[in-house]
Write a protein that binds this ligand. Structure first.
Ligand SMILES: [Zn+2]
Length: 83
């Protein structure tokens, strides 16, 4: 399944590139926000928004986010950034 995973990684990187530019800076330290992703054993892409400065994130572990939620999480991050 290596090829399948590569396709998923390419897809995830495109999604991240598209959404990263929309992220506001961290609400606590003003650092740059970034998105990580991880392919789980079911070949679902899971995303994780975090601050590259202080490490703030709104979820504690992989598995909270599914692909379809990442846009909502970007909105949620930005809402937190600008209360
Ligand atoms: Zn921060």
């Amino acid at each position: 399944m290596k090829e399948g995973v590569e396709i998923l990684n390419t897809h995830a990187n495109e999604t991240k590139d598209r959404l990263k530019g929309l992220l506001k800076p961290c609400p606590f330290c003003g650092g740059k926000a970034d998105i990580d992703h991880h392919i789980d054993s079911f070949h679902d892409i899971q995303y994780h928004i975090k601050c590259t400065g202080c490490g703030l994130s709104f979820n504690n572990s992989w598995g909270t986010y599914q692909t379809s939620d990442i846009q909502k999480e970007v909105v949620r991050w930005n809402t937190r950034a600008n209360p």
